[in-house]
Design a protein around this ligand. Structure first.
Ligand SMILES: *Cc1c(COP(=O)(O)O)cnc(C)c1O
Length: 874
């Protein structure tokens, strides 16, 4: 029988254990070990059956059981203590509360996906996990974030395998009532709603679920409500499901609906209005349009409203590949906006935000990342290299500027340590150093850990993984149709004493899941090596529409099916947070072999590092800036690694061959011997030949593990990332936002007028003539030269512009590399809009030297020189 309606009955808790309700509904339990241990201890069997889900657990324990817990003095006191601890955590001043008045009172964070816990499967991969970690770290630091997203009825798909290794997808439907969510309600108890008008007199309404991620509320919009037609109800059906209009409506709901939801949340809870808006990836970009609409409804012009909203918006790009960016048809956008989504905003202005009106662009397209950049005064990539790649990728928006001047900075991603550090690692830290949680300042103590203790810890983590893998492999094979009688071998899959390599991530082509299969015989030899064997654990989901990805999974699964190697290499279906939490700590080496520079940052290697795993990776994403020669291994790239404009020296096949061979070599000659301790220790000479090692520990390996913990620990942590965002982006954005809004938006109105004036007059700006005085035929280091520029400014005034000499070494084609800047001062008004500017530059390097002069608009309200994309070069 199929139920026509379902309810989830919530438990009523006896009053002595009432704090359990709060402990279960606030997701802080997902990274707070004492709370997790409490839930497990209430009923270990029911805890396992619930999949580690406190809400489900409380829903399934019987009344009698709850009564008996309520009578258990010890448990009652633990529950009450943890309840008090949670209250303290939620209210006490933390890092952020020590910052100055300029720190924003509230920051709205938008992302299309959130990976917070396995019990809330609203993520597909890195972007979602990162967003989850961002919220958790914000909570720990007291950063006043309010997050906005969508609640997908089926989340992302669950992955299984067919008999022949093909990916199978299922979409189990989630019941929000059974999730750690509460529905936002009006005072009269009816669910609060937001509504967007759609074409053809339709509408899209959504209710708003709230998840509490520690101190951070996460608002999730859900369009599956009565009153919506079927199509509208289905808008939040799946994460990244469908394309075209379906996807566009998801993004309209996320961005425009998300701002409306924030306003509802403010009204109902008295929460302060957000002073900064942080848009992650292009998907949420319409949030800027909604804010402009709000301001234009109050009577502002387009230019003023744009100026105000840009000032307080931060845009983060997360992809280094143009193909990874959402684009729609311009006609599609027009179709939706003419329905009245933002009546006070001229549709042509909206269309202009996403237009690709630059070299190589397609003017029929509406590009979400381009809109994101145009709607944000501050933007960043997610690793240093990715910043560089992004500046190049989007340089068309700032014509006339060097790539290095494109106003996109970078904040390198991080991982939330309490979520991703194994409880065993924390236990060791607590035993040795008395720290309850590992903070950024504690990592340096890794050097004090005894080699034996560290090795035992690593073996424990590896064994835990081996147990989990055996369970999963058996389950996967049952699902593939094998009978238990055929599966005795799964009891002996993997070995807790063999060097364990992990590889798990989504399966787009550039991540090269199957690079390790490039030479199957060589891989086989490594797996079956008589003295230095490796074992490999692989996992990852392919996008349902990506046949190539599925083929790669199949190739890998077929390799792992071979009875000769199946005890040494496994593919685990359904990679998710739950699997990841055992997988990262259990692997000795974390492998990452993307096509450089296509990995924006990557975070899985960071999660490995904080558990004492060593990275073995192409120098891409975060690893490019954090690899130091002693904290893991760099797989050499076939193509040049310096500079991002990599000339295609090798074709894709050659590149795979070269990089795979380098990978095998490293495993065979460096990683394996060091793990098994058969290489003489680096200081063997110093110790003297008469001092043979007294134990069988691989000391050199363990040194590398300690160095990894000490060096990478504080740098890969999400608290480091959050502090970077706060100090480098959120605080400047809120300062700009406040400045623009003060005194009835005076500064914004002035700036908007000024921008219009500058844009109008810019075409007449011209550098007419440049001469230099004071330099001889044979200039020497230390010589000065005075540059004079005759500039015609037309209708603009000298104070509207900055006239600069850019100088430095020149290459053979007369390009100035790594230019320095000397501002030239207005020296004389020559009449008719002509001015003389003058300044002195010092020659500080030998070699070919050159300079040029350029004119840029300048205003205290601009965040960067290149902001308006206007420059006149001599
Ligand atoms: C960390 C993580 C990712 C992202 O890994 P990358 O290395 O950034 O690709 C994806 N999925 C899960 C479950 C993760 O834990």
């Amino acid at each position: 029988m199929k139920a026509i309606r379902r309810f989830t009955v919530r438990t009523v808790l006896p009053s002595s254990i009432a704090p359990l309700g709060r402990l279960a509904s606030n997701l802080r339990w997902s990274w707070h070990q004492p709370t997790l241990r409490l839930f497990e201890s209430l009923d270990p069997a029911a805890w396992r059956a619930s999949g580690g889900d406190p809400v489900k657990l409380l829903g399934t324990v019987s009344r009698e059981k709850l009564e008996s817990i309520a009578q258990d003095e010890h448990l009652v006191s633990v529950i009450s203590d943890l309840g008090a601890d949670l209250d303290r955590y939620l209210n006490e001043p933390r890092w952020y509360q020590g910052l100055g008045e300029d720190a924003p009172t509230s920051i709205a964070y938008f992302s299309p996906e959130y990976g917070i816990s396995a019990v809330l499967p609203q993520y597909s991969g890195g972007l979602g996990i990162l967003a989850g970690d961002h919220l958790k770290a914000a909570s720990d630091l007291g950063v006043p974030l309010v997050a906005v997203g969508l609640l997908y009825k089926a989340g992302y798909f669950k992955q299984a395998l067919s008999r022949d290794g093909w990916q199978l997808e299922t979409y189990p439907v989630l019941d929000p009532n059974g999730l750690p969510l509460t529905l936002l309600r009006e005072e009269d108890g009816t669910p609060a709603r937001i509504t967007l008008p759609l074409p053809d007199n339709r509408h899209l309404s959504a209710q708003i679920w709230r998840a509490d991620v520690g101190r951070v509320p996460l608002l999730l919009l859900d369009s599956d409500v009565i009153g919506n037609d079927d199509a509208a109800r289905g808008i939040t059906d799946r994460l990244y499901g469908g394309g075209g209009d379906h996807r566009l409506q998801q993004e309209l709901l996320l961005g425009m609906g998300g701002v409306k939801a924030l306003r509802v949340h403010q009204r109902l809870t008295g929460a302060p209005a957000a002073e900064v808006f942080h848009s992650n990836e292009g998907h949420a970009g319409f949030l800027g349009v909604e804010r402009i609409r709000e301001l234009m409804d109050q009577g502002m012009t387009w230019e003023e409203a744009l100026t105000v909203s840009r000032a307080s918006t931060v845009f983060t790009t997360h992809t280094p590949v143009p193909a990874g960016i959402d684009r729609f048809e311009q006609t599609q956008i027009r179709h939706f906006f003419t329905a009245g989504l933002a009546q006070s905003v001229p549709t042509d202005k909206i269309l202009s935000l996403g237009v690709e009106n630059y070299e190589g662009g397609d003017s029929t397209k509406f590009n979400m990342a381009v809109m994101g950049l145009r709607l944000a005064q501050r933007a960043n990539g997610v690793a240093k290299l990715h910043g560089e790649v992004s500046r190049e990728m989007f340089s068309g928006l700032w014509p006339g500027f060097d790539n290095s001047e494109v106003p996109i900075t970078s904040v390198t991603n991080g991982v939330h340590v309490p979520t991703w550090i194994d409880p065993e690692v924390t236990a060791l830290a607590s035993e040795k150093f008395g720290v309850a949680t590992v903070h950024d300042r504690d990592w340096g103590r890794a050097y004090e850990i005894d080699d034996k203790d560290l090795w035992d810890l690593r073996r424990k983590l590896r064994s835990n993984l081996v147990q989990d893998v055996r369970r999963r492999v058996k389950r996967a094979w049952r699902r593939r149709g094998a009978s238990d009688a055929e599966l005795a071998w799964t009891e002996n899959v993997l070995d807790p004493d063999v060097l364990t390599i992990g590889f798990a991530r989504r399966v787009p082509t550039y991540k090269r899941l199957t690079l390790m299969l490039r030479d199957p015989d060589r891989l086989k030899a490594l797996l079956l090596h008589p003295t230095h064997p490796i074992q490999v654990v692989v996992a990852g989901k392919s996008h349902p529409a990506d046949e190539q990805g599925k083929k790669m999974i199949q190739d890998l699964v077929r390799f792992t099916d071979d009875p000769e190697v199946r005890h040494r290499i496994v593919f685990l279906p359904n990679y998710d947070i739950a699997m990841a939490q055992t997988l990262f700590p259990g692997c000795d080496v974390w492998l990452n072999n993307p096509l450089r520079p296509l990995e924006a940052s990557g975070t899985s290697g960071m999660k490995s590092a904080i558990n004492g795993g060593l990275n073995l990776s192409i120098l891409d994403g975060w690893w490019d800036e954090m690899y130091d020669g002693n904290n893991g291994w760099a797989i050499p790239s076939a193509n040049p690694t310096k500079g991002t404009r990599t000339r295609e020296v090798y074709n894709a096949d050659q590149r795979d061959d070269i990089e795979a061979a380098a990978l095998y070599d490293l495993l065979e000659n460096s990683v394996g011997p060091m793990f098994y301790g058969t290489e003489p220790p680096a200081d063997a000479g110093a110790a003297g030949p008469s001092d043979p090692p007294t134990d069988s520990l691989p000391h050199e390996w363990l040194e590398m593990v300690k160095h990894t913990l000490a060096d990478l620990g504080p740098n890969v942590s999400a608290s480091r990332m959050l502090k970077d965002y706060v100090n480098r982006l959120y605080r400047p954005a809120s300062s700009s936002g406040r400045y623009m809004a003060a005194d009835g938006y005076t500064a914004a109105k002035d700036l908007a007028l000024w921008i219009a004036k500058v844009r109008d007059g810019w075409s007449t700006v011209q550098v007419e003539n440049v001469d230099s005085v004071g330099v001889s035929e044979n200039p020497q280091i230390g010589d000065s030269l005075t540059v004079q520029a005759y500039v015609s400014l037309g209708s603009l005034r000298p104070e509207d512009v900055s006239v600069e000499a850019a100088y430095g070494m020149v290459t053979e084609n007369d390009k100035i590399s790594e230019h320095r800047i000397q501002e030239l001062a207005p020296a004389e008004d020559l009449g008719s809009g002509r001015h003389l500017f003058r300044g002195t530059i010092r020659i500080e390097q030998a070699g070919p030297f050159g300079y040029t002069v350029r004119v840029l608009p300048t205003h205290s309200g601009l965040a960067s020189k290149a902001e308006l994309g206007l420059v006149v070069n001599a």
